[in-house]
Ligand binder design. Sequence first.
Ligand code: ATP
Length: 240
Amino acid sequence: RKAAAGLVIENLSLDYGSFRALDGVRLEAKPGELVVLLGANGAGKSSIFLATSGIHPAAGGSIRFGGRELVGMKPSQIVGQGLVLCPEGRKLFPQMSVLQNLNLGAYVHRGDRAGNERRLAEVMALFPILQEKQHQPAGSLSGGQQQMVAIGRALMGRPQALLLDEPSLGLAPLVVKQVFEVIQRINRAGTTVMLAEQNAYAALKIADRAYVIESGRIVMEGDPQSLLKNDEVRRAYIGA
Ligand code: ATP
């Protein structure tokens, strides 16, 4: 497997029509880091991920991954570079089987059947429940299991860096804990992770570094311990 690659975003702006959703965003995930992005609803977390994965074009700025410029690349090319998004709301195909959903993540590697089989075995080892339910429609699984499918599908893209957009959304606390444990395992196995979360406390507990975004701008950056102690962060995102 290739080594983890780092992501460097500089002066990123993004527009929805005449509305500027991101303005001068700078953030970085060094190779192998687990970086958390905190922000309220509508702050711009998903927009950063959409621009990075090529789904919504940046209006300006630079997004470099492993030294390559991603701005201007198509989404499939970006996956081919080893940067994969696990989108907010999971975006599974509910009528298709778990296995079919997982295989969709391997689309850019469709020429490499043996490699995809190996990857699938790894994903099944990480999520044994998906092996059991592989022939069931993805929509019949519990919320937590569907999130596992979404993460598994992203892993089938063979990421060196994984962007996770609110993977804990709508899940019960015990399931949230499992999802965060899995994210930590994926990161420790050598994948750079950028995690957007509303669940600030749990996210900061596993982060190497964190950023806070408000109204399309990065307003704070630091190590998780100091953010956990910061009064503003506690008031806005932890409720203490
Ligand atoms: P959430 O957790 O709600 O997804 P977020 O931090 O990910 O929040 P974004 O989805 O990036 O925020 O949205 C940033 C801003 O852009 C918000 O003000 C949102 O209303 C706006 N926005 C997002 N998508 C569109 C769109 N397709 N058209 C117009 N405005 C949009």
